[in-house]
Design a protein around this ligand. Structure first.
Ligand SMILES: Nc1ncnc2c1ncn2[C@@H]1O[C@H](COP(=O)(O)OP(=O)(O)OP(=O)(O)O)[C@@H](O)[C@H]1O
Ligand SMILES: [Mg+2]
Length: 346
């Protein structure tokens, strides 16, 4: 097996992140990569971690935002306290306030007992607010207040609860654009954007692909009790050249599938994988409105791994109803890549 060839600087950071995370009992794995872009991210993590500053982690899906959030906690003075995570997109908006701040018994019909919210659970530690762009407008003032004053009341309660929480937020949405569309408060944005860390997409740091491939091959080989000795150069080339719309997660999933399908000690990619990027040609060449529209839709679809509906699907990103986008796709004859595996990695 080829060992990861991280530079000593990256090794230093990745190594200590992992050691600290073991000490704290968390599951944060190594952050692998040796590109200048990733080293810059890791450097920012090192600088900001020991402070109590709010961090806003930005990046496309699968770039490692959660990994970075955990690394910040694991390198902070709060590492022995809780790292509490809440995904604002995964919780129905009506329940989010109670999840974040808790509720008193009887606050609403189904509130049969008092409940402690995530802010209180994270007291002394770090709260990771994932998909912060999905927080409904009506909840944003309460979030702003807890960030500014470190205090809040439970739903249905009048007692003010004081906490000491470090916040790390993440989003793959363009919050600036959301402010323009009046779906995100500008004051909250400035309060969150104290220390932004932007993780570049994998296609902008192809130097990281080799080390990531080695890392995932080693990990899945260990998990599956397999041995892979050879990664053919043409396989590495294909992986390095791919655009990775699903970023590191897509690469991770592809390597796992490849290991399942590799019959022997040679890493063999599933047939037709990775699917070459489509339609970039149109994007460059077209000057007609229709052509540019088409190219833009295809790009957004690629970025969402051809997911049309849902809060993180292409329709939401384009500001269209799902059904409107679907009829547009039909009219413009836009179809996903032929191999269904290309979408399985979303
Ligand atoms: N630099 C890296 N080294 C090793 N593993 C990585 C790296 N970046 C991402 N990963 C892995 O890729 C997967 C996706 O990472 P993560 O969940 O942190 O992404 P994300 O940015 O939060 O994505 P999403 O926006 O979809 O939630 C995880 O399994 C993570 O461990
Ligand atoms: Mg995430």
């Amino acid at each position: 097996m080829h060992a990861s060839q991280s530079t000593s600087e990256t090794d230093l950071v990745a190594g200590s992140v992992s050691r600290l995370s073991t000490d704290a009992g968390s599951m944060a794995p190594h952050i692998i990569g040796r590109s200048g872009a990733l080293r810059h991210v890791l450097h920012q993590v090192e600088i900001v971690a020991p402070t109590d500053a709010t961090v806003l982690v930005l990046g496309e899906t699968g770039t490692g935002k959660e990994l970075v959030a955990r690394a910040i906690h694991d390198r902070s003075n709060r590492r022995d306290r809780q790292f509490v995570k809440i995904n604002c997109a995964a919780i129905p908006s009506g329940l989010l306030e109670s999840e974040l701040f808790g509720h008193e018994r009887g606050a609403f019909t189904s509130a049969i007992a008092q409940r402690i919210g995530r802010f209180q659970l994270a007291d002394g530690g770090t709260l990771f607010l994932d998909e912060v762009g999905e927080i409904p407008m009506e909840l944003q003032p309460k979030l702003l207040r807890v960030l500014q004053e470190q205090e809040f009341e439970r739903l249905g309660g009048s007692r003010t609860i004081k906490v000491d929480v470090r916040l790390v937020a993440a989003t793959n949405r363009d919050l600036g654009e959301m402010i323009g569309a009046q779906s995100f408060r500008e004051d909250l944005y400035y309060r969150l954007n104290v220390f932004p860390i932007a993780i570049p997409p994998l296609r902008e740091r192809p130097e990281d692909v080799d080390a990531l491939v080695d890392h995932f091959v080693a990990r899945f080989a260990r998990q599956m009790d397999r041995q892979i000795d050879i990664i053919p150069p043409e396989t590495r080339d294909a992986l390095r050249r791919h655009a990775w719309p699903g970023n590191v997660r897509e690469l991770e999933n592809l390597i796992q599938r490849a290991l399942i399908l590799s019959p022997d000690r040679i890493l063999t990619l599933p047939p037709g994988q990775p699917v070459p990027p489509r339609s970039r040609v149109v994007e460059n060449g077209s000057t007609t409105l229709e052509g540019i529209k088409r190219a833009h839709i295809v790009r957004v679809l690629e970025e969402t791994n051809w997911t049309v509906g849902g809060p993180r699907g292409a329709a939401a990103r384009l500001g269209l109803k799902r059904t409107t986008l679907q009829s547009l796709l039909k009219r413009l004859q836009i179809a996903p890549p032929a191999d269904p595996l290309a979408r399985a990695s979303a």
